[in-house]
Design a binder for this molecule. Structure first.
Ligand code: ATP
Length: 352
């Protein structure tokens, strides 16, 4: 399959393994986010792709060509890092034209390209401005224009929006996404912000504290079908319930039978698993209720933030949180006996 192929990559710095057993196939033209907690190896993986580091083991292939040993400047990739490093003594236009000048592009063509790029990042007419006269968001856009000047085969961004305030950051996320869609350039963005990853990506690569890739999938796949408890816990909020298999499609949680729609093959009766259930999939009804897929408990807390209501239940030592809209708010208060209903389709069985 064409695109970028990270083939069995390890990267060690002395005794520290920054990236372990990475096998990824990133299709051409997609917007991909590397997402994970601090220290999980996101930046290292991006630097390996950029050619700024060499893998200790494994190969990197672009459109089936091995580029593992190719130096960074030959890869023709555009890069934007958190520390922007625009040249402060140069104008906006000269910053954007920098790599074109190095490549000895003809001055007229260079000017045309700079105008085109500034148009693209919505800074038309800014070529003569000094970098110091720009806002944070405008500087980011100049950095993006500069990285795109060479028409990169890959566009690599390492937390480029993290220094911006929340509103500007959301605007830039949208702008960057629309720009990428217009250009169709394969783009990889490193972030530890899951909302950013969910908003922008075609595909998310979730990395864990063990410096491995835990899952790659669309934002919805990762949210609805997490591969393991780490992903379920890291992406959004999830109820992770200890469960014991009681036969095909049936589990026991806190002594109650819970049916699931899909269970992994090979889990024998008595086998342990975790059920991941999103709070918005759980409904709470007042009072006790018998029957399958119910957990009875006491309401320990009600959090009403206006747009949504969260009900916390203690079900015999198992903590449950459910989320509902104000319209479907259950009529329960702190201290009430209530029952949580867990739909079989919403219970994702995890064995690791
Ligand atoms: P953050 O979100 O905090 O930037 P990250 O997921 O990008 O983290 P990396 O910067 O890739 O993580 O680091 C992964 C691991 O490798 C960390 O334990 C880090 O300390 C280590 N590491 C990274 N670069 C080097 C280096 N040049 N020398 C030694 N160790 C390094």
């Amino acid at each position: 399959m064409a695109g970028l192929h990270l083939n069995d990559i390890d990267k060690q710095f002395g005794s520290v393994t920054a990236v372990r057993d990475v096998e990824l196939q990133i299709p051409h033209g997609r917007f991909v986010c590397f997402l994970g907690p601090s220290g999980c190896g996101k930046t290292t993986l991006l630097r390996l792709i950029a050619g700024l580091e060499r893998p200790t083991r494994g190969r990197i292939l672009l459109e089936e060509r091995d580029i593992t040993a190719e130096p960074a400047h030959r890869r023709n990739f555009g890069m934007v890092f958190q520390s922007l490093a625009l040249f402060p003594h140069l104008s906006v236009g000269d910053n954007v034209a920098y790599s074109l000048r190095i490549r000895k592009a003809d001055p007229a063509a260079r000017r045309r390209r700079v105008d085109e790029l500034l148009e693209l990042v919505r800074l038309p007419g800014y070529a003569g401005r000094h970098v110091s006269q720009l806002s944070g968001g405008q500087r980011q856009r100049v950095a993006i224009a500069r990285a795109l000047a060479i028409e990169p085969r890959l566009f690599l961004l390492d937390e480029p929006l993290s220094a911006l305030d929340a509103k500007l950051r959301e605007d830039m996320q949208l702008e960057l996404r629309l720009l990428q869609q217009r250009l169709g350039v394969t783009t990889i963005l490193v972030t530890h912000d899951q909302r950013e990853a969910m908003t922008m990506s075609d595909l998310i690569v979730v990395m864990g504290t063990d410096n491995r890739v835990h899952q790659m999938g669309t934002p919805l796949e990762i949210y609805r079908n997490p591969a393991d408890t780490f992903v379920a816990d890291f992406i959004g909020t999830s109820n992770l319930l200890k469960a014991v298999s009681r036969g095909p499609g049936t589990f026991e949680v806190a002594g109650r039978p819970i049916a699931v729609e899909a269970a992994p093959a090979g889990l024998a009766p008595g086998g342990e698993a975790t059920l991941s259930v999103r709070p918005e999939d759980i409904s709470v009804v007042p009072g006790p209720r018998e029957g399958g897929n119910t957990l009875q408990g006491t309401v320990t807390f009600v959090r009403d933030v206006g747009s949504s209501v969260e009900i916390y239940l203690d079900c015999g030592g198992v903590q449950i949180v459910s989320q509902s809209t104000p319209k479907s708010r259950p009529a329960v208060r702190q201290g009430d006996v209530a029952t949580a209903l867990l739909p079989p389709a919403a219970c994702v069985v995890l064995t690791s």
